[in-house]
Design a binder for this molecule. Structure first.
Ligand code: GUN
Length: 296
């Protein structure tokens, strides 16, 4: 086995960075408030998946902290697709609603694409609508990027982690994280490789990464054998192992090799919710033609 130097990695503290993002959102929301404008986020939760219920509660709590009105619409797991589409349509028409988020995953009998396609792009705080995706990928204004990768980019900037000219490797190709993450890193002038379940000799590619982002959903799949000395490692995994939240990165193995690493829990998860507040702020201010009042 190859010998490696060991060092102490910087732990990228999601709690601290999420706090900074929330402060940014709050200061802009306060300004809007002074002008008598109160923005509102509506979250739709279908069914009783315990993880989703927890995420939705944290969205509601953080919205309250930053001064955003929020409303949770909780629907039974046997809600029909037509009923859900009707509710989204009503929210699209409701002038008091600035952001709409339908919590995923949806029950199997509902076509997720049809629902995401129904959300008005101007209220699409997830950035999942095809018009939002198209705008973002084309470098056009008017859409927000999905919260998790947008939050990760914000963390890299706040922590002074350079992306330009560096090799970023993204493992996982989901619409929620992997694909937008790769596009954002590309936009930030990184050289980007994407790996996924069919990638041959994963370690040979991940070992080239200056910045490694892992969003696969398989506990502890990335070990020190996958990581170059001094790499920045971002773990998006949220796996339950024996009731314990566990990342995709084997922290104990990788931390001595990395220069900086996000822990699980306490890493990326909190950034997602904080960024949702910024996304709601941006879309709300744009829709209400108050963009000049805000700084973000
Ligand atoms: N489920 C897991 N992550 C997300 C997310 O970012 N947005 C939505 N709508 N659902 C999710």
């Amino acid at each position: 086995m190859e010998r490696r130097e060991t060092s102490v990695a910087t732990i990228l503290d999601g709690k601290e960075i999420a706090g900074l993002i929330r402060e940014e959102a709050k200061s802009d929301l306060d300004v809007l408030d002074q002008h008598g404008i109160k923005l509102k986020l509506t979250v739709v939760l279908v069914g009783d998946d315990p993880a989703s219920a927890t995420y939705v509660r944290s969205k509601e709590r953080v919205a309250g902290e930053v001064g955003l009105d929020s409303e949770i619409i909780r629907l039974q797991s046997d809600t029909t697709q037509a009923e859900l589409l009707g509710i989204v349509d009503r929210l699209n028409q409701d002038d008091s609603v600035d952001g709409i988020l339908v919590q995923l995953p949806l029950p199997k009998h509902i076509d997720e694409d049809a629902v995401l396609d129904k959300i008005s792009p101007e209220k699409d705080v997830d950035g999942f609508h095809p018009i939002s995706v198209g705008r973002n990928v084309s470098g056009m204004k008017g859409a927000v990027w999905p919260c998790t990768p947008a939050g990760i980019m914000k963390m890299l900037r706040l922590k002074g982690i350079e992306t330009e000219g560096r090799h970023a490797v993204v493992v996982g190709r989901s619409n929620i994280v992997g694909k937008p993450m790769a596009m954002l890193l590309l936009e930030a002038n990184a050289t980007v490789s994407m790996c996924h379940s069919r990638t041959k000799d994963l370690a040979a590619i991940t070992k080239q990464a200056d910045i490694l982002v892992v969003a696969v959903g398989r506990a502890n799949m990335i070990t020190s054998e996958h990581v170059k000395q001094g790499a920045v490692v971002i773990d998006v995994g949220m796996n339950r192992v024996d009731g314990k939240l566990t990342g995709d990165v084997d922290f104990a193995s990788v931390e001595p090799v990395a220069s900086a690493i996000t822990p699980v829990p306490g890493g990326v998860g909190r950034l997602t919710v904080a960024t949702l507040m910024l996304n709601t702020l941006k879309l709300g201010a744009t829709r209400r033609k108050q963009y000049e009042l805000i700084q973000r």
